[in-house]
Design a protein around this ligand. Structure first.
Ligand code: ZN
Length: 115
């Protein structure tokens, strides 16, 4: 097989957020731009609902797929909004964004994550 005959662009490996975002862009970018942010957000919320149901279920394979789908739709939304997921993730790269500590040392009211 010759590289010259392949039309697929090279993408970074999906093991990185950058690579995953590029892969999703190549898979669905054209369709996503046609649908737009509002329509894509509706799909994202739908997938979050499916993840909520999977978390209450007992099918680990389905659960993994729902996590993948939510990540894919979140990543699509980021692309449409001009956000690089790698940059977004870096918010947490130097400790908790609020207190700067690892692990987070914010008062327990904040860390209960009930809000
Ligand atoms: Zn904190």
């Amino acid at each position: 097989m010759s590289e010259a005959h392949t039309s697929k662009p090279k993408v970074p490996p999906t093991g990185t957020l950058e690579g995953f975002q590029e892969t999703i862009e190549q898979l669905y970018g054209d369709r996503d731009r046609l649908r737009g942010v509002d329509g894509t957000f509706v799909w994202f919320v739908e997938e979050v609902g499916e993840l909520a149901r999977a978390l209450k279920g007992s099918d680990p394979r389905n659960l993994g797929e729902e996590f993948a789908d939510v990540l894919a739709w979140l990543t699509t939304l980021a692309s449409l909004a001009g956000i690089r997921m790698e940059d977004a993730a870096s918010r947490y790269g130097a400790g908790c964004p609020r207190c700067g500590e690892t692990p987070c040392a914010c008062p327990s009211k904040r860390t209960q994550r009930t809000s």
